[in-house]
Write a protein that binds this ligand. Structure first.
Ligand code: ARG
Length: 595
């Protein structure tokens, strides 16, 4: 494994050196290097620097240029450095340097020369957190998709990640559910054909119980009272109650796993650590907060106040740690989870992928944990709050009769549409039915994931299946086809093998593609540090577009160019495919070989 410095970083370094040699008082000034249309790179930093030091920008630029052009060490790196305008530098890199750098990337397997972070930390990432005995909705889909992509990206940079699926498996609704079950035994009984129980069946059973128990709860005061007592029994660990609770959890997990499997996403059982897991810590969490004065008693409840958080009538909105009836809720479990994640899991970053509508909750929870000393300066806590999923009409995503759309139906429909698209093209490829079905799954699920990931997470996004499976535009299937097309070229190119030829001159489309390929590692570092999978998606889309232009302008096999040119172009094809594959894999999206 050998990490390969990008051309941009090498050029940047040389430029900074030349700059401080020409102008020692500038110290380590930033030459502000950018990709440019006119040359490979443009440096805009000299202008501001010269002005600041009351020098002449053009003179300084000329001095730096002369140094770069004559410097023996840089001779191999630059083809041309020119002063332009009032003091910009236009920099063209030598073709040899480009091809050699890419050859080093190609020799580095799946890592493609991308360095590992120097000081990796431990990120505990809280994502994919559905609720027990409840149907998952599109919001849960976003958390799962974004969380999974962020995790892939973080892992690739060398960060250690620990997943936490903070499922809603605790709270007052379980009193109602369990009490109902006790009074209506057999409702949760295994189906006659136990082996055939799948996720959907599990859910519809839970749904039925949920609705039925809710109906009794709302209409029967005495039942309500019994349900309330049942909550107390649950929280104090009564055996019969806990056993029934466990069955709800188990049945729900069958459902969760079926959805995650459909999503082509790996969820580990030991990382499903829901609200209930912190039950034993909650009393202590409350006690510590009260003793330290971080939380105070108010009308019987234990709460935390914040100066700047106020609701209607300018009344302060507190975080409720413990209710007046003694029960612990959502905040107490999150506060306990922080203690566990920081002190037992040794997290340096706590990342939450949760709906932006919970951002106030997290703001209060983080602030409370800071006051209590559980979150120190050495731990970062961040809620990657994501926006709402809208329907194609721009309104919150609902079925025609106003119900939330069932996640499974949605995924099934995406796969169905994608399969139709795949089938249309499959004839030429001679794909079998099984291959069509598999590709349909990868394309359909990829489409759903990509549509989500290619929008900035904090923005709302439109769930528009027609657009998602379109072959044109910024979609996953466009990227998947680009990948498959390259694989097909590689299969068909008899007598030509990918090989770098550094002595060759590069055509403009080859250069543009090559420089973009070289920037993969830097882009990834930036997108990961900012928790911005959409930047990786945009990079990949641009990669596929640059590849299309390259393929149009630079024949690879037909009409056959000279052997060395063909090999070098095939080398670019291969590296493009590998970069696409790796980038998509980090986002959790498959790239079928034959499509
Ligand atoms: N289960 C919650 C919901 O569906 C999300 C949990 C988010 N994670 C957390 N640590 N609070 O709204």
């Amino acid at each position: 494994m050998a990490s390969v410095p990008s051309l941009a970083s090498t050029v940047h370094q040389r430029l900074a050196d030349a700059l401080s040699a020409a102008l020692p008082e500038a110290g380590s000034a930033d030459p502000l290097l950018r990709r440019s249309d006119r040359a490979d790179f443009q440096a805009n930093g000299i202008l501001a620097l010269a002005k600041k030091l009351k020098g002449n920008p053009r003179e300084l630029a000329t001095q730096v240029t002369d140094a770069l052009n004559s410097d023996g060490a840089t001779a191999g790196l630059f083809k041309d450095v020119q002063v332009s305008g009032p003091g910009f530098l236009n920099i063209t890199v030598a073709d040899r340097a480009i091809t050699e750098t890419l050859a080093a990337r190609a020799a580095d397997g799946d890592r493609l020369g991308v360095p590992l972070k120097e000081n990796p930390g431990v990120t505990v990432i809280d994502y994919a957190q559905p609720n027990v005995a409840k149907e998952m909705h599109v919001g849960h889909l976003r958390s799962a998709v974004i969380g999974d992509a962020l995790r892939g990206m973080l892992d690739f940079t060398g960060e250690r990640t620990i997943g936490r699926h903070h499922i809603g498996d605790w709270g007052t609704q379980f009193g109602m559910l369990i009490q109902y079950l006790i009074e209506n035994p057999g409702e949760l009984a295994p189906a006659a054909d136990e082996a055939a129980v799948d996720g959907e069946q599990a859910m519809s059973k839970l749904n039925r119980i949920y609705k039925a128990s809710r109906a009794v709860f709302d209409s029967d005061e005495e039942f309500k009272e019994r349900a309330r007592k049942r909550v107390v029994a649950l929280q104090s660990g009564d055996k019969e109650t806990l056993d029934l609770w466990q069955r709800f959890v188990d049945e729900s997990k069958v459902y969760f796993y079926s959805v995650f499997e459909k999503l082509d996403m790996e969820i580990r059982d030991d990382e499903i650590v829901g609200e209930s897991a912190y039950n034993d810590m909650m009393a202590e969490t409350a006690r510590l907060l009260e003793e330290s004065g971080v939380a105070v008693r108010s009308e019987g409840a234990l709460v935390v106040f914040f100066d700047e958080i106020r609701g209607k009538d300018d009344q302060p909105v507190p975080l409720i740690v413990q209710k007046a009836d003694g029960g612990f809720g959502y905040a107490a479990s999150d506060l306990s989870a922080i203690r566990n994640r920081v002190f037992d899991l040794h997290a340096t970053t706590l990342l939450y992928v949760v709906d932006v509508r919970q951002s106030l909750h997290f703001k209060m929870v983080f602030e409370t944990a800071r006051r209590a000393g559980w979150l120190g300066d050495d731990v970062t806590a961040h809620n990657m709050g994501y926006g709402t999923v809208l329907g194609a009409d721009g309104k919150p995503f609902k079925t025609r009769d106003g119900e939330t759309v069932r996640l499974e139906d949605l995924l099934d429909e995406a796969v169905e549409r994608a399969t139709a698209v795949v089938r249309e093209k499959a004839g030429k490829m001679g794909l079998s039915e099984a291959e069509i079905a598999e590709n349909g799954r990868y394309v359909g699920i990829g489409a759903v994931k990509y549509a989500d990931l290619s929008t900035s997470p904090n923005r709302d996004y439109k769930f528009d299946l027609d657009q998602m499976v379109s072959l044109n535009g910024d979609t996953s299937v466009y990227l998947q086809y680009a990948y498959a097309r390259i694989q097909s070229i590689l299969r068909k190119s008899e007598g030509v093998r990918p090989a770098a030829h550094a002595e060759l001159e590069l055509a403009p489309a080859e250069r543009a593609l090559a420089l973009h390929l070289d920037a993969f590692g830097e882009l990834l570092a930036e997108a990961t540090a900012e928790y911005a999978p959409h930047k990786l998606a945009a990079y990949l889309y641009q990669l596929a577009s640059l590849y299309t232009t390259f393929y149009d302008q630079c024949p690879v096999i037909k009409p056959k160019p000279p052997q060395d040119v063909a090999e070098n172009r095939l080398f670019l094809c291969d590296l493009t495919a590998r970069t696409l594959h790796q980038g998509m894999a980090l986002l959790g999206i498959r790239t079928p070989e034959r499509l």
